[in-house]
Design a protein around this ligand. Structure first.
Ligand SMILES: [Mn+2]
Length: 284
């Protein structure tokens, strides 16, 4: 059990009263380049104390939003076992009618969260396609997470935004399976407002899960990620995505921060985006 000062700032509700339930997952076993996302949840919690409780954009004070932090989930050391544990945790939160907020850890952890919904449209913000069938012999690798998500929910219920990296075979898979994604160049030419409107129209649903791989953001703003990729998205565009999707959002995660490559700014941005989500959804 964590001390209250070690929990996410302002997560002062009891579980029974909470509308939002934060949990951390210190797990980075399949990370392919810079490991260390297992330390992200504590870095994000520490950074969360930097910010005011009041959010002027939404006119919401987080002190008045009911949310709690379960602390970190200690699971199996195996990938398969860890993902099963996460699915159980997410299912419990959903059964109790609350919105789960997962702080990774690596991106593979998103898959069991989406499985827990048993059918939900998904928006992934990511620099990478993550559409390999397997990586290093592992189908549950973070490099395969969007492939697993699409198998779970179907291509028509999936979009990704901010893409600028993938193997040729992944781009072939996109064409063959009609995967809907928005490269950063499209955000630059058409603007994030157009891109998000198009994504919402395409998904045509009332319920969306949002997964933010922090490497979607340009490394200038978010250098401490597992696989940094230049030509990225501006943080304020990510804020706009959260704002626009908020009425539809039923689940949220933020993954892939690797704090040892940070001077604190990536963890701060991660904490801020989680606070933005709670304020945006709390004001709907
Ligand atoms: Mn990525």
């Amino acid at each position: 059990m964590l001390l209250s000062t070690e929990l996410f700032a302002d997560a002062n509700s009891e579980y029974a009263d909470a509308d939002f339930v934060i949990f951390g997952v210190p797990f980075d076993k399949t990370s392919s380049f810079r490991k260390g996302s297992k330390r992200a949840s504590s870095a994000i919690r520490e950074a969360s104390y930097n910010f005011e409780t009041y959010n002027p954009h939404y006119d919401v004070d987080l002190c008045n939003v009911a949310f709690c932090d379960l602390g970190d989930i200690k699971g199996s050391v195996s990938v398969d076992g860890m993902l099963k544990t996460i699915r159980n945790v997410a299912e419990g939160i959903l059964k109790d009618g609350k919105i789960p907020i997962m702080m990774g850890g690596e991106h593979s952890l998103t898959y069991p969260c989406i499985q827990a919904f048993q059918g939900i449209s998904t928006v992934v913000l990511d620099a990478h396609l993550d559409l390999r069938d397997e990586y290093d012999g592992c189908k549950l690798s973070h490099a395969c997470v969007s492939r697993r998500i699409i198998e779970e929910i179907g291509a028509m219920n999936y979009v990704s935004i901010g893409i600028r990296s993938g193997a040729r075979e992944e781009y072939d898979f996109v064409k063959e399976n009609d995967i809907h994604f928005y490269p950063t160049e499209q955000i630059q030419s058409e603007g994030i407002v157009h891109v998000v409107r198009d994504a919402i129209e395409y998904l045509n649903t009332e319920r969306i899960y949002l997964s933010i791989d922090v490497d979607v953001i340009d490394p200038a703003y978010a250098p401490a990620v597992g696989n940094p990729e230049p030509f990225g998205v501006d943080p304020i565009d990510i804020k706009y995505v959260i704002q626009s999707l908020a009425p539809y959002l039923s689940g949220f995660d933020l993954v892939e921060i690797s704090p040892e490559y940070d001077h604190g700014q990536t963890a701060l941005l991660g904490a801020k985006l989680i606070r933005e989500f709670i304020a945006a959804k709390g004001s709907v």
